[in-house]
Write a protein that binds this ligand. Structure first.
Ligand SMILES: Cc1cc2nc3c(=O)[nH]c(=O)nc-3n(C[C@H](O)[C@H](O)[C@H](O)COP(=O)(O)OP(=O)(O)OC[C@H]3O[C@@H](n4cnc5c(N)ncnc54)[C@H](O)[C@@H]3O)c2cc1C
Length: 365
């Protein structure tokens, strides 16, 4: 991989020099850039352009700081990867960031509407967003951090910032079952849409909202659905309007369900269940293992952020959200560690204001 300094669409190689006026002067011999490019150096870098990261970028900007938001995918990448036809649990005003109103035709927004909303907010604030750049390393210390990213072409980009806000979410890393056959191509950890599973035998593993929603959607679109959950009933967090629907489908025998059960093994044409009545072999075409997701703990640890022993919560000041590493803040769902149901868009969207208030005391004067 070649190491390059890159600015916006223009890629400046080590063999180029930048004049005082910012023009590129090609050199004949390779040499290092003498000065970092001005637009690669900002007050605040936000890692992750989810709803929280965007809110952090906005609040830092509103507080008068020059900020950049970097995401390895598109903006609100997690929402983009939600089930295609999903409707939010939350009413639109609770998803708002930057005081920009979000109104929708129905009581709850659709994924499409939310994607549109966050695009418009990003445009409105002219946020400096770098999409499709994965943050690979963070080095340096308070007031002088270096962030290295790589893009889809494996090009490397270097940035500098006085402060960092980490808002990397949890939806990229699924929890795995660790059972034989989980690596088969018929096994998924994300549910997108029902059509490909029409007239197929589908097993859904899990007992929370994602599993219940996928089971209902697949059944309504002609799949033969079996839900397998290790608990004795569906989880208490399943939304009150989803629970009776799935429970009634199970009672009617329209969705088969195994409680106090687990999938022991996945084979190309069947699965083996461990049930209270012993082992059972089920004919099977596809498996959705929807048992949750977790933050990238290694990424946090690599920056020196300490995690609590059991729930892996980043050590941070609850008011300022500054972590144990001076100058590095944490925001959004990662603040809750493995308890990903404690922080969601509704409450994580306020983290930007908390952090910006502290940045003002640190970066000003
Ligand atoms: C199906 C589903 C429905 C939901 N419905 C609701 C709801 O109705 N209401 C609600 O409030 N919440 C809901 N949630 C929860 C909500 O999606 C999350 O709480 C929220 O997305 C967390 O926001 P965040 O900004 O902290 O993280 P995320 O939205 O996950 O954003 C993190 C971003 O960081 C990026 N990133 C990660 N690592 C790197 C890296 N190394 N370099 C660069 N970028 C990186 C990711 O690409 C991602 O874009 C739902 C979740 C799911 C799965």
């Amino acid at each position: 991989m070649s190491r390059e300094q890159v600015s916006d669409a223009t890629q400046i190689s080590e063999t180029d020099t930048v004049s005082e006026t910012g023009e590129q002067i090609p050199d004949t011999l390779p040499r290092a850039l003498l000065h970092p490019r001005p637009d690669n150096s900002v007050d605040v870098i936000v890692i992750g352009a989810g709803p929280t990261g965007l809110a952090c970028g906005i609040e830092a900007q509103r507080a008068g700081f020059n900020s950049m938001v970097i995401d390895k995918g598109c903006i609100v990448n997690s929402l983009y990867n939600y089930p295609a036809n999903m409707t939010f649990f939350t009413t639109p005003e609770l998803l708002e960031i930057g005081d920009i109103p979000f109104s929708t035709a129905h009581q709850k927004p659709t994924r499409e509407e939310a994607l549109e909303y966050y695009r418009k907010v990003t445009e409105h604030y002219h946020l400096n967003v770098r999409q499709y750049q994965k943050v690979e390393t963070v080095t340096g210390q308070d007031n002088n951090f270096q962030v290295t990213t790589s893009d889809r072409l494996n090009r490397i980009f270097d940035y500098r910032a006085r402060k960092l806000i980490v808002a990397t979410g949890y939806y990229d890393l699924p929890n795995y079952l660790g059972i034989p056959g989980e690596e088969l191509p018929k096994v998924f950890h994300y549910y997108r849409e029902p059509h490909p599973y029409f007239d197929c035998d589908v097993v859904i593993i899990g007992g929370k909202n994602s599993a219940a929603i996928a089971a209902l959607d697949l059944w309504r679109h002609g799949a033969r659905v079996t839900l397998v959950h290790r608990g004795e009933k569906l989880h208490g967090h399943v939304k009150y309007w989803i629970l009776p629907d799935i429970e009634n489908r199970i009672k009617a025998g329209e969705v088969a369900a195994y409680f106090n059960s687990s999938v022991e093994e996945i084979a190309p044409d069947h699965v083996i269940l461990n049930t209270p009545n012993g082992r059972e072999k089920l004919k099977n075409d596809f498996v959705f293992a929807l048992i949750g997701y977790h933050p990238d703990y290694d990424f946090l640890r690599a920056m020196g952020i300490e995690l609590s022993p059991e729930q892996c919560r980043p050590v941070c000041d609850p008011i300022t959200l500054e972590s144990n590493v001076a100058g590095i803040y944490v925001a959004g769902v990662i603040v809750a560690g493995s308890k990903t149901n404690e922080i969601f868009i509704e409450n994580g969207r306020f983290h930007g204001q908390q952090i910006a208030a502290h940045l003002k005391t640190k970066l000003e004067g």
